[in-house]
Write a protein that binds this ligand. Structure first.
Ligand code: URP
Ligand code: ZN
Ligand code: ZN
Length: 470
């Protein structure tokens, strides 16, 4: 298949310019003015922006949690991602007691229905001599990243000594540690206190996970990274103070990078106080307007490196079906915690929302530039996670993962045209200006306006190698 995209305005992380793009097979073969090819399908992109497909470094598909599972799987979540302009996602493998090989195999099987390209991070939720010895085997499987947690005591957390040892192993093997930063000990005490006092509503999810815990844990993680001389990537940064810690550590030469997510830029604890507050329950929680503002500064000033989604959707009311591809689907969701905030599944939808929302409410209002948008949404995650320039680039030889973006398209966002498999949208009724019009995955048109042209099995597993430290 040969496709010539003509007359578009290319937007990369660094520049914006007029050019045509020739796609031959799965690859971009030429970029330039007035390109010609006798057998090409012509796509006229006059008035449109052309960007590299989005790279979402943080999603949770088909993730078991409490007594349910996140409601998008490796087909439905990928399809939703594509409609929002994302063509590569990175998902987290749950570490089973049977070890890395077994755990990765379970996730490989889940992802056989992949509709876009994908790779995996490994949750390092246990640590002992055998695991330490086996970590380098992940690198051979193309899994270059380990996620550790400083919260979820007794479940996902490993102690700081183990984190420090794992950082050293990561350094020796060209791997990158990702860190969920909160203070697990403080959270356990506050949750016990809240439940003893009879506080069961969603806002207590936020009260029991204070911002200071995130701030302190971010600095602690940066300090451990410095002492191990190993890089670290702080996921889902949510508190303004974390941006301050990131800036401080980076200014002192620490190889620390940061990701935020759209929800932390727009929402506050006030959402958790609403009657439908459970919709906004995720960990770490929503903070304050001041935190939103400082995170925006982190993006506009280039202190942060990426915007991921932490897409981990649940139904608001999983007792009632929605129609998905013609069939009724319902999956237990937030109603599990109606009498106890600690039983609300943690996580939010956002895989499709990320690029359109950040375009209108980031680029459109002047908070970030279009080039920063491409950097945060695509190029930087591709670089950090060892996929660049195959992904994240409009360049000759790169995979032809391309979004044709219509900057004039106006719509009201919400569940009506969302492909995220859940019964609500955090941005319901928000006005959008600008939306993906066509999305190509390795040269194949998979989204054409409202039409889905992709299919199960289109997505490839991406083996990753050592990435860049930005
Ligand atoms: O609430 C969230 N974020 N659920 C997903 C797990 C995580 O910690 O990222
Ligand atoms: Zn996390
Ligand atoms: Zn997550």
């Amino acid at each position: 298949m040969i496709t010539l995209i003509e007359n578009g305005t290319l937007v990369t992380n660094l520049e914006t310019f007029q050019a045509d793009i020739l796609i031959e097979g799965e690859i971009i073969s030429q970029i330039g003015k007035d390109l010609q090819h006798p057998n090409a399908n012509i796509v006229d992109a006059t008035g449109k922006f052309i960007m590299p497909g989005g790279v979402d470094p943080h999603v949770h598909l088909d993730l078991p949690m409490f007594d349910t599972v996140s409601s998008d799987d490796h087909y439905t979540g990928h399809k939703a991602a594509a409609f929002g302009g994302t063509t590569t996602v990175m998902d987290f493998v749950v570490l089973d007691d049977k070890g890395f090989d077994y755990s990765v195999d379970v996730w490989m099987k889940k992802a056989e229905k992949a509709a876009i390209d994908y790779s995996f991070h490994m949750n390092l939720t246990n640590f002992n001599d055998k695991i330490a010895k086996d970590i380098p085997s992940l690198m051979k499987m193309g899994i270059q990243t380990l996620k550790v947690f400083t919260a979820y005591n007794g479940r996902l957390r490993i102690d700081d000594g183990s984190i420090f040892k794992a950082l050293r192993i990561a350094k020796e093997n060209g791997m990158l540690m990702m860190a969920h930063c909160e203070n697990g000990d403080v959270i356990e005490t506050l949750v016990t206190d809240a439940l003893m006092a009879g506080h069961t509503t969603p806002e207590y999810h936020a009260f029991t996970r204070p911002a200071w815990g995130a701030v302190e844990a971010t600095l602690r993680m940066a300090a451990m990274a410095e002492q191990a001389d190993s890089p670290v990537y702080v996921v889902h940064m949510n508190a303004g103070g974390e941006v301050d810690m990131l800036k401080y550590a980076r200014e002192h030469g620490v190889k620390v990078m940061g990701e935020t997510c759209p929800q932390y830029l727009f929402f506050t604890i006030d959402q958790l106080r609403q009657p439908d507050g459970a919709k906004w329950v995720c960990s770490p929680p929503m903070r304050t307007k001041e935190d939103n503002a400082r995170l925006w500064e982190g993006l506009s000033d280039g202190i942060l490196q990426t915007i991921g989604t932490d897409h981990c959707p649940f139904f608001m009311d999983g007792t009632k079906p929605i129609v998905y591809e013609g069939s009724d689907v319902f999956i237990a969701g937030k109603e599990l915690g109606k009498d106890d905030f600690t039983k609300i599944p943690n996580g939010l939808p956002g895989i499709q929302d990320r690029m359109p929302i950040l375009w209108t409410y980031g680029v459109g209002v002047g908070r970030i530039t279009a080039n920063q948008f491409v950097a945060y949404m695509s190029t930087n995650p591709a670089k950090i996670f060892g996929l660049y320039p195959r992904k994240g680039a409009l360049a000759v030889g790169s995979d032809a993962d391309i979004v044709i973006w219509d900057p004039a398209k106006k719509m009201k966002h919400g569940v009506a045209h969302s492909h995220q498999r859940t019964d609500y949208n955090l941005y319901e009724g928000w006005d959008l200006t600008g939306y993906p019009e066509k999305v190509f995955l390795r040269g194949k048109l998979i989204v054409d306006g409202e039409e889905w042209k992709g299919s199960r099995g289109d997505g490839k597993f991406l083996k990753r190698s050592t990435g860049e430290i930005l």
